[in-house]
Write a protein that binds this ligand. Sequence first.
Ligand SMILES: *Cc1c(COP(=O)(O)O)cnc(C)c1O
Length: 372
Amino acid sequence: MKVQLLDLKAQFKGIRSEVLSAIEGVCEDQGFILGQRVADLEADVANYLGCKYAIGVASGSDALLLSLMALDLQPGDEVITVPFTFFSTAGVVSRLQATPVFVDIQADTFNIDPEQIEQKITSRTKAIIPVHLFGQCADMTKILDVANRHGVKVIEDACQAIGAGQNGQKAGTFGYTGCFSFFPSKNLGGVGDGGLIATNDETLRELLLALRVHGSRSDYHHDHIGINSRLDALEASVLLVKLQHLQGWNEKRAKNAAYYETLFADAGLLERVTLPHTVPGNVHVFNQYTIRAQKRDQLMGYLKEQDIGHKVYYPVPLHLQECYQPLGYQKGDLPVSEQMAADVLSLPIYPELPESHMEMVVGAIKDFYGKH
Ligand SMILES: *Cc1c(COP(=O)(O)O)cnc(C)c1O
């Protein structure tokens, strides 16, 4: 591929010896489950985020699932979230036999429209899961206000937003819990699956520590019905290395986004594409650089011909997914989400992306619109 959407090998090159010696250390110790490295990572991430506690778990999806389990979500309970997100945001609600209730998003941020939350709250609403999509925080002031007025908990899906901020506070530290993913393509990616829950509540921390090991606080004594969802020592050892680079990598992503802005403006393309909008007060960490493009599908065909990496996150909003037909949503029910699914296109933005590649991306898009 001429221009890759994501090149993890470029990142590995810069930290190769640190990562390999971290992995070697775990192999020498032969301690693979939880242990000191996981505890160290939890402390370092909590410190980085500016919250009291962090609990390592097996994935971002499990971080969401365990947060809902800690709430003692019951079948028939409702959880408000968005349809324009990765599947697991709503999938975890359904796994607990509760019902996801979808609220539409704002076109400029792709995040939940806080003004539409209140009308969806019922006596069965237990939580709101805002998603900080693509690396930018949803409007936490308004979301917390409506949640607090109704006694509903907020679980932040910050899987794409580690290091993102709003009014000086980091994503994942506003709510009841903040959920993070270490899936390799995230801004802080491991060498496999991994996740983490952030919280400021000590009782909740104790409960989550138990829930991730089958609900037991001491060996073979089970106070709760939990699951097996631990972070591996191997993951933690690599993440400890990578965490030290996260701030720099996030800044590189933002720098790349700024360069795209210059390139798109200079190419005279601002009538054809809508670039990402960062709300004042937000620090955007650009897990994805997602534009809206006229004739999106034709443009994708052209980029494919030109061997330029790109992807649509997400092509089908969750309320229109096959598995959610039983919820009874129709096309047109959540019009902004549906429009975004038709318009969005994510372009390469990873920290090591060469400027020449961004120039090729924008050059190809300019060629396309010159002909269409
Ligand atoms: C990646 C992601 C998840 C799930 O994380 P996993 O670690 O893959 O389970 C959940 N929500 C969003 C928005 C994500 O991007």
